[in-house]
Ligand binder design. Structure first.
Ligand code: UT7
Length: 321
């Protein structure tokens, strides 16, 4: 028994911010950003929220699967940029789309969040608790990014992606791995708030995301191939058996490095970061939705999904579409 993706959806804020606009804000250039990351533009919220984007993506995933919101039993939202601490984004989404019969909660594993949520849904279904799940990755990172820091503001974008999954007897998820290394938490951290209680006085935490880009880069190029191979070997498959590698869209050079280490042609690594940037937990489901709507995903194809991010967290999932 496993779970299979039966529908995908996505949503992006209306406002596009091209590199040329960032060049007017920080000391950088379109050439540098394109060469070092592969990113040409990103979408930035001008009012859209993590909940509104997730709800739109979820509605589209349900429509694609031919299901109604009332049928959903488990609703998970992966996000590290929720609109508010409580209630969770998933409950806001549940209300917006009318998924009144679902249990709903959030999960934060940064850029690996969607994968971890997918694995969580698998575990619930495998345990016989639920038969289906609606899973979104949704981020409005533009509110956590320091728009004066050229090391981070060039990278991130806002958006959401979602999938509807259902219990299946054949195919679906064939194997997965997930890891976390809290000792490396400081490498990519921040987006905190303030302590303002009478006892603490006023203490500021890191307001914006701060990142040691080189460390994250090295971690990703080293760890993603290991995760992919570990997940494939658990499923009794090899790199040669995979049709498409749907990786977290952080940096084109990371994806190229992973492809090289795995000995796989880059043509098997679809990318959309050129127009959406790094959308953290939304990146994998956003790309899946693009591929699905382009008709590039055929039933029976073997896919590997792999993500990594703050935590540090990372994981990989092998599935038969
Ligand atoms: O989603 C998961 C989280 N994040 C990631 O996956 C990010 C992973 N890391 C990266 O994508 C890359 O490390 C970055 C794109 C963030 C940076 O690229 P890099 O090739 O690793 O650059 P670097 O940090 O090694 O910096 C090289 C030079 C430095 O100048 P000096 O010291 O050599 O004079 C930087 O100051 O490039 C400079 N630099 C820039 N120059 C123009 C850094 N950012 C910029 C910029 N424009 N935006």
């Amino acid at each position: 028994m496993s779970i299979k993706i039966l529908g995908t959806g996505s949503a992006l804020p209306v406002r596009r911010v091209m590199n040329e606009e960032i060049v007017r804000m920080v000391d950088t250039s379109d050439e540098w950003i394109r060469e070092r990351t592969g990113i040409g533009g990103r979408h930035v919220s001008v009012g859209e929220t993590a909940a509104s984007l997730a709800a739109d993506a979820c509605s589209r995933a349900l429509e694609d699967a031919g299901k109604t919101a009332e049928e959903v039993e488990l609703l998970l939202v992966a996000t590290c940029s929720p609109d508010e601490v409580a209630p969770c984004t998933a409950c806001r989404v549940q209300d917006r789309i009318g998924a009144g019969n679902a249990v709903a909660f959030d999960l934060n594993a940064a850029c690996a969040g969607f994968l971890f949520a997918l694995h969580t849904a698998w575990a619930y279904v495998e345990a016989g608790i639920y038969q289906n799940a609606l899973i979104a990755g949704s981020e409005v990172l533009s509110k956590l990014v320091d728009w004066e820091d050229r090391g981070t503001c060039i990278l991130f974008g806002d958006g959401a992606g979602a999938v509807y999954v259902e219990k299946c007897q054949e195919g679906g998820i064939l194997g997965f791995v997930q890891h976390a290394d809290g000792k490396k938490g400081g490498v990519l951290a921040g987006g905190g708030r303030q302590l303002v209680s009478p006892w603490a006085g006023r203490q500021d935490f890191r307001r914006f995301l701060q990142m040691d880009g080189r460390e994250v880069f090295a971690f990703a190029v080293r760890q993603v191939p290991l995760n992919v191979e570990e997940a494939l070997s658990g499923a009794g498959l090899t790199v040669g058996d995979v049709d498409l590698f749907v990786l977290h869209q952080a940096n084109r050079r990371i994806i190229e490095g992973v492809a090289k280490r795995l000995g796989a042609e880059l043509s098997r690594f679809p990318m959309n970061l050129e127009h959406v940037g790094n959308t953290s937990s939304a990146a994998i489901p956003l790309l899946l939705d693009e591929l699905n709507r382009q008709g590039r995903l055929k039933r029976g194809m073997r896919l590997v999904l792999s993500g990594f991010g703050a935590g540090l967290t990372c994981g990989a999932c092998v599935m038969q579409w």
